[in-house]
Ligand binder design. Structure first.
Ligand code: A3P
Length: 318
Protein backbone atom coordinates (compact mmCIF):
# COMPACT_ATOMS: atom_id res chain seq x y z
CA UNK A 1 0.00 0.00 0.00
CA UNK A 2 1.17 3.53 -0.77
CA UNK A 3 2.33 5.53 2.25
CA UNK A 4 0.43 8.79 2.77
CA UNK A 5 2.26 11.96 1.79
CA UNK A 6 3.73 13.64 4.87
CA UNK A 7 6.17 16.21 3.49
CA UNK A 8 5.69 19.66 2.03
CA UNK A 9 6.58 18.85 -1.59
CA UNK A 10 3.91 18.02 -4.13
CA UNK A 11 4.58 14.92 -6.18
CA UNK A 12 2.74 15.10 -9.48
CA UNK A 13 1.17 12.12 -11.24
CA UNK A 14 3.31 9.72 -13.22
CA UNK A 15 2.67 10.19 -16.94
CA UNK A 16 3.70 8.30 -20.05
CA UNK A 17 6.66 10.68 -20.48
CA UNK A 18 8.23 9.46 -17.23
CA UNK A 19 10.72 6.64 -17.00
CA UNK A 20 9.69 4.26 -14.25
CA UNK A 21 11.41 0.91 -13.94
CA UNK A 22 11.28 -1.96 -11.54
CA UNK A 23 14.63 -2.88 -10.02
CA UNK A 24 15.80 -5.50 -7.59
CA UNK A 25 16.87 -4.10 -4.23
CA UNK A 26 19.64 -5.74 -2.20
CA UNK A 27 18.18 -8.99 -0.95
CA UNK A 28 16.00 -9.29 -4.06
CA UNK A 29 12.80 -7.42 -3.20
CA UNK A 30 11.55 -5.45 -6.21
CA UNK A 31 10.96 -1.72 -6.09
CA UNK A 32 9.85 0.88 -8.61
CA UNK A 33 12.16 3.79 -9.33
CA UNK A 34 11.67 7.00 -11.24
CA UNK A 35 14.65 7.92 -13.40
CA UNK A 36 15.26 11.58 -14.17
CA UNK A 37 18.52 12.73 -15.79
CA UNK A 38 20.59 9.75 -14.59
CA UNK A 39 19.22 9.97 -11.04
CA UNK A 40 17.17 7.09 -9.73
CA UNK A 41 14.63 7.75 -6.97
CA UNK A 42 12.48 5.12 -5.27
CA UNK A 43 8.86 5.98 -5.90
CA UNK A 44 7.74 4.92 -2.42
CA UNK A 45 10.26 7.38 -0.92
CA UNK A 46 9.51 10.12 -3.45
CA UNK A 47 5.79 9.89 -2.75
CA UNK A 48 6.32 10.84 0.89
CA UNK A 49 6.77 14.43 -0.30
CA UNK A 50 9.83 14.97 1.91
CA UNK A 51 12.07 15.83 -1.06
CA UNK A 52 11.15 17.83 -4.15
CA UNK A 53 9.82 16.13 -7.27
CA UNK A 54 12.95 15.56 -9.39
CA UNK A 55 10.97 16.39 -12.55
CA UNK A 56 10.64 19.92 -11.17
CA UNK A 57 13.83 20.09 -9.13
CA UNK A 58 16.41 19.10 -11.73
CA UNK A 59 15.30 21.47 -14.53
CA UNK A 60 15.10 24.33 -12.03
CA UNK A 61 18.55 23.54 -10.61
CA UNK A 62 20.02 23.67 -14.09
CA UNK A 63 18.70 27.22 -14.49
CA UNK A 64 19.62 28.35 -10.97
CA UNK A 65 21.47 31.63 -10.61
CA UNK A 66 25.06 31.13 -9.41
CA UNK A 67 28.03 33.26 -8.39
CA UNK A 68 31.76 32.90 -8.81
CA UNK A 69 32.11 32.43 -5.04
CA UNK A 70 29.59 29.56 -4.87
CA UNK A 71 31.19 26.31 -3.73
CA UNK A 72 29.92 22.89 -4.81
CA UNK A 73 31.10 19.85 -2.84
CA UNK A 74 30.43 16.89 -5.12
CA UNK A 75 30.89 13.31 -4.03
CA UNK A 76 29.49 9.83 -4.24
CA UNK A 77 27.72 8.99 -0.93
CA UNK A 78 29.94 8.10 2.04
CA UNK A 79 33.08 9.94 0.90
CA UNK A 80 33.03 12.35 3.88
CA UNK A 81 30.85 15.19 2.59
CA UNK A 82 29.59 16.09 6.08
CA UNK A 83 33.15 16.52 7.28
CA UNK A 84 34.33 18.66 4.37
CA UNK A 85 31.17 20.79 4.31
CA UNK A 86 31.55 21.65 8.01
CA UNK A 87 35.24 22.42 7.60
CA UNK A 88 34.49 24.78 4.70
CA UNK A 89 31.83 26.55 6.78
CA UNK A 90 34.29 27.06 9.64
CA UNK A 91 37.05 28.26 7.32
CA UNK A 92 34.75 30.90 5.87
CA UNK A 93 33.42 31.93 9.26
CA UNK A 94 36.98 32.21 10.57
CA UNK A 95 35.90 30.41 13.75
CA UNK A 96 35.79 26.79 14.85
CA UNK A 97 32.05 26.97 15.44
CA UNK A 98 29.39 24.69 13.99
CA UNK A 99 27.04 26.03 11.39
CA UNK A 100 23.50 26.55 12.71
CA UNK A 101 22.12 23.88 10.35
CA UNK A 102 23.31 20.53 9.04
CA UNK A 103 24.90 20.13 5.62
CA UNK A 104 21.56 18.68 4.47
CA UNK A 105 20.30 22.30 4.51
CA UNK A 106 22.38 22.88 1.37
CA UNK A 107 22.06 19.48 -0.25
CA UNK A 108 20.85 19.97 -3.78
CA UNK A 109 18.72 16.81 -3.81
CA UNK A 110 16.65 18.11 -0.89
CA UNK A 111 15.68 21.68 -1.81
CA UNK A 112 14.24 23.76 -4.60
CA UNK A 113 16.53 26.64 -5.67
CA UNK A 114 14.21 29.28 -4.19
CA UNK A 115 14.87 27.83 -0.75
CA UNK A 116 18.45 29.09 -0.93
CA UNK A 117 17.50 32.75 -1.24
CA UNK A 118 18.47 33.68 2.34
CA UNK A 119 21.77 31.83 2.43
CA UNK A 120 24.65 34.28 2.82
CA UNK A 121 27.47 34.13 0.26
CA UNK A 122 29.71 32.32 -0.25
CA UNK A 123 27.16 29.50 -0.41
CA UNK A 124 28.40 25.95 0.10
CA UNK A 125 26.27 23.39 -1.71
CA UNK A 126 26.73 19.65 -1.69
CA UNK A 127 25.39 16.91 -3.89
CA UNK A 128 25.60 13.29 -5.00
CA UNK A 129 24.10 14.18 -8.39
CA UNK A 130 26.04 13.55 -11.57
CA UNK A 131 27.10 16.83 -13.25
CA UNK A 132 24.21 16.86 -15.73
CA UNK A 133 21.96 18.18 -12.92
CA UNK A 134 24.18 21.07 -11.86
CA UNK A 135 23.43 24.73 -12.60
CA UNK A 136 24.77 25.80 -16.00
CA UNK A 137 25.85 29.07 -14.42
CA UNK A 138 28.17 27.25 -12.02
CA UNK A 139 30.37 26.47 -15.00
CA UNK A 140 29.86 29.77 -16.81
CA UNK A 141 30.60 31.88 -13.73
CA UNK A 142 33.50 29.72 -12.60
CA UNK A 143 32.05 28.65 -9.27
CA UNK A 144 34.34 26.42 -7.21
CA UNK A 145 34.04 22.64 -7.32
CA UNK A 146 35.42 20.35 -4.65
CA UNK A 147 35.43 16.72 -5.79
CA UNK A 148 35.75 14.30 -2.96
CA UNK A 149 36.81 10.67 -3.39
CA UNK A 150 37.23 7.69 -1.07
CA UNK A 151 38.45 4.16 -1.66
CA UNK A 152 35.49 2.12 -2.93
CA UNK A 153 35.85 -0.73 -0.43
CA UNK A 154 35.33 1.65 2.49
CA UNK A 155 32.52 3.37 0.57
CA UNK A 156 30.61 0.10 0.14
CA UNK A 157 31.23 -0.86 3.77
CA UNK A 158 30.00 2.52 4.98
CA UNK A 159 27.01 2.40 2.65
CA UNK A 160 26.00 -1.02 3.95
CA UNK A 161 26.01 0.13 7.57
CA UNK A 162 24.08 3.23 6.57
CA UNK A 163 21.44 1.12 4.82
CA UNK A 164 21.18 -1.29 7.76
CA UNK A 165 20.72 1.58 10.18
CA UNK A 166 18.18 3.48 8.10
CA UNK A 167 16.61 0.48 6.33
CA UNK A 168 16.80 2.69 3.28
CA UNK A 169 16.57 0.82 -0.03
CA UNK A 170 16.61 -2.61 1.57
CA UNK A 171 14.89 -4.54 4.29
CA UNK A 172 16.49 -5.15 7.65
CA UNK A 173 17.21 -8.82 6.95
CA UNK A 174 19.53 -8.04 4.01
CA UNK A 175 22.95 -9.51 4.64
CA UNK A 176 26.29 -7.96 3.80
CA UNK A 177 26.90 -10.58 1.15
CA UNK A 178 23.54 -9.83 -0.55
CA UNK A 179 24.31 -6.13 -0.42
CA UNK A 180 27.76 -6.55 -1.93
CA UNK A 181 26.40 -8.68 -4.78
CA UNK A 182 23.76 -6.03 -5.44
CA UNK A 183 26.49 -3.37 -5.70
CA UNK A 184 28.63 -5.54 -7.97
CA UNK A 185 25.71 -6.21 -10.30
CA UNK A 186 24.45 -2.65 -10.54
CA UNK A 187 25.36 -1.80 -14.12
CA UNK A 188 22.57 0.74 -14.63
CA UNK A 189 23.53 4.09 -16.16
CA UNK A 190 22.50 6.04 -13.06
CA UNK A 191 24.32 7.95 -10.37
CA UNK A 192 24.04 5.17 -7.78
CA UNK A 193 26.41 3.13 -9.95
CA UNK A 194 29.81 4.23 -8.64
CA UNK A 195 31.58 3.52 -11.95
CA UNK A 196 29.04 5.51 -13.91
CA UNK A 197 29.18 8.33 -11.36
CA UNK A 198 32.98 8.60 -11.70
CA UNK A 199 32.84 8.33 -15.47
CA UNK A 200 30.43 11.26 -15.66
CA UNK A 201 32.61 13.41 -13.40
CA UNK A 202 35.74 12.58 -15.38
CA UNK A 203 33.97 13.56 -18.61
CA UNK A 204 32.69 16.76 -17.03
CA UNK A 205 36.01 17.90 -15.57
CA UNK A 206 37.94 17.10 -18.73
CA UNK A 207 35.54 18.88 -21.08
CA UNK A 208 35.02 22.09 -19.07
CA UNK A 209 37.40 24.74 -17.85
CA UNK A 210 36.55 24.46 -14.15
CA UNK A 211 37.90 25.80 -10.90
CA UNK A 212 38.24 22.43 -9.20
CA UNK A 213 39.97 20.90 -6.18
CA UNK A 214 40.15 17.12 -5.97
CA UNK A 215 40.47 15.71 -2.46
CA UNK A 216 40.24 12.30 -0.93
CA UNK A 217 39.07 11.02 2.42
CA UNK A 218 42.27 9.12 3.13
CA UNK A 219 44.50 12.21 2.74
CA UNK A 220 42.16 14.10 5.04
CA UNK A 221 42.71 11.41 7.63
CA UNK A 222 46.50 11.30 7.14
CA UNK A 223 47.10 15.05 7.40
CA UNK A 224 43.93 16.97 8.19
CA UNK A 225 45.66 20.29 8.77
CA UNK A 226 47.48 20.35 5.46
CA UNK A 227 44.25 19.39 3.63
CA UNK A 228 42.44 22.13 5.54
CA UNK A 229 45.08 24.58 4.40
CA UNK A 230 44.62 23.52 0.75
CA UNK A 231 40.88 23.81 1.15
CA UNK A 232 41.16 27.28 2.73
CA UNK A 233 43.44 28.56 -0.03
CA UNK A 234 41.24 27.09 -2.73
CA UNK A 235 38.06 28.72 -1.48
CA UNK A 236 39.89 32.00 -1.02
CA UNK A 237 40.00 32.15 2.79
CA UNK A 238 43.57 31.34 3.84
CA UNK A 239 43.77 30.74 7.61
CA UNK A 240 46.69 30.40 10.01
CA UNK A 241 47.80 27.08 11.46
CA UNK A 242 46.30 27.82 14.88
CA UNK A 243 42.85 28.24 13.42
CA UNK A 244 43.21 25.20 11.16
CA UNK A 245 44.14 23.09 14.19
CA UNK A 246 41.09 24.38 16.06
CA UNK A 247 38.88 23.46 13.09
CA UNK A 248 40.42 20.00 12.90
CA UNK A 249 39.68 19.48 16.59
CA UNK A 250 36.10 20.75 16.39
CA UNK A 251 35.46 18.57 13.32
CA UNK A 252 36.50 15.32 14.94
CA UNK A 253 33.93 12.61 14.28
CA UNK A 254 32.57 12.32 17.83
CA UNK A 255 32.23 16.04 18.34
CA UNK A 256 30.43 16.48 15.04
CA UNK A 257 28.17 13.51 15.78
CA UNK A 258 27.10 15.05 19.10
CA UNK A 259 26.69 18.51 17.60
CA UNK A 260 24.43 17.12 14.87
CA UNK A 261 21.85 16.02 17.46
CA UNK A 262 21.59 19.57 18.74
CA UNK A 263 20.95 21.40 15.49
CA UNK A 264 18.32 21.74 12.82
CA UNK A 265 18.80 19.14 10.08
CA UNK A 266 17.68 21.79 7.58
CA UNK A 267 15.46 19.41 5.63
CA UNK A 268 12.25 17.44 5.93
CA UNK A 269 14.02 14.42 4.41
CA UNK A 270 15.86 13.43 7.61
CA UNK A 271 15.82 14.54 11.25
CA UNK A 272 18.79 15.49 13.44
CA UNK A 273 19.03 12.04 15.00
CA UNK A 274 19.19 10.43 11.55
CA UNK A 275 21.92 12.86 10.46
CA UNK A 276 23.88 12.05 13.60
CA UNK A 277 23.60 8.33 12.78
CA UNK A 278 25.58 8.92 9.57
CA UNK A 279 28.72 9.40 11.68
CA UNK A 280 30.02 5.91 12.31
CA UNK A 281 33.67 4.86 12.60
CA UNK A 282 35.38 7.40 10.39
CA UNK A 283 38.48 5.31 9.67
CA UNK A 284 40.39 4.07 6.65
CA UNK A 285 40.37 0.31 6.14
CA UNK A 286 37.21 -0.76 7.95
CA UNK A 287 36.44 -2.80 4.81
CA UNK A 288 38.86 -5.41 6.18
CA UNK A 289 36.33 -6.17 8.90
CA UNK A 290 33.62 -6.65 6.30
CA UNK A 291 34.98 -8.39 3.19
CA UNK A 292 35.89 -12.05 3.14
CA UNK A 293 39.06 -12.96 1.25
CA UNK A 294 36.94 -14.26 -1.65
CA UNK A 295 34.78 -11.12 -1.70
CA UNK A 296 37.89 -8.95 -1.73
CA UNK A 297 39.25 -10.85 -4.72
CA UNK A 298 35.91 -10.57 -6.49
CA UNK A 299 35.82 -6.83 -5.80
CA UNK A 300 39.39 -6.29 -7.07
CA UNK A 301 38.59 -8.19 -10.27
CA UNK A 302 35.41 -6.17 -10.73
CA UNK A 303 37.29 -2.90 -10.23
CA UNK A 304 39.93 -3.87 -12.76
CA UNK A 305 37.30 -4.81 -15.31
CA UNK A 306 35.20 -1.68 -14.88
CA UNK A 307 37.63 1.17 -14.26
CA UNK A 308 38.15 1.69 -18.02
CA UNK A 309 41.84 2.42 -17.54
CA UNK A 310 41.12 5.16 -15.00
CA UNK A 311 43.49 5.17 -12.09
CA UNK A 312 42.28 7.10 -9.10
CA UNK A 313 45.09 5.76 -6.90
CA UNK A 314 43.00 4.81 -3.91
CA UNK A 315 44.56 4.22 -0.52
CA UNK A 316 43.01 1.17 1.14
CA UNK A 317 44.97 1.50 4.35
CA UNK A 318 47.05 4.22 5.97
P1 A3P B 1 32.06 5.42 7.95
O1 A3P B 1 30.71 4.85 7.78
O2 A3P B 1 33.13 4.62 7.26
O3 A3P B 1 32.43 5.69 9.37
P2 A3P B 1 29.24 11.33 4.10
O4 A3P B 1 29.48 12.48 5.00
O5 A3P B 1 29.67 11.61 2.71
O6 A3P B 1 27.85 10.81 4.23
O7 A3P B 1 30.22 10.15 4.58
C1 A3P B 1 29.98 9.44 5.75
C2 A3P B 1 31.27 8.76 6.16
O8 A3P B 1 32.20 9.77 6.60
C3 A3P B 1 31.07 7.83 7.35
O9 A3P B 1 32.09 6.84 7.20
C4 A3P B 1 31.34 8.77 8.51
O10 A3P B 1 31.62 8.12 9.73
C5 A3P B 1 32.54 9.53 7.97
N1 A3P B 1 32.72 10.82 8.65
C6 A3P B 1 31.78 11.76 8.89
N2 A3P B 1 32.30 12.78 9.59
C7 A3P B 1 33.58 12.48 9.80
C8 A3P B 1 34.63 13.14 10.51
N3 A3P B 1 34.41 14.28 11.14
N4 A3P B 1 35.84 12.56 10.52
C9 A3P B 1 36.05 11.38 9.87
N5 A3P B 1 35.10 10.70 9.22
C10 A3P B 1 33.87 11.24 9.18
Amino acid sequence: MEKPQKGKYEFGPITEKDVVVSIKQPGNAETEVLIVEEQEIRLSFQRLGIIPDPRILIPSLKEMECYDDDIFICAYPKCGTHWVWEMCQMIIKGKAEYHSKAKESCMMEFHLPEEYKDIPRPRIFNTHFTPVCLPKQAVEKKSKFILLHRNPKDIVTSLYHHMVKTKFNMDSTTTWSQFLQYILHNDREVSSNWFFYNKRWTEFTSSNDLDVLVMNYEDLKIDTVSCLSKLANFIGYPRDEKMLKEIKEKCSLNKMKDAEKERDSGTTAVNSEQVSDLYRKGVVGDWKNQFTVAENEQFDAHLKENMNGENLNFKYEI
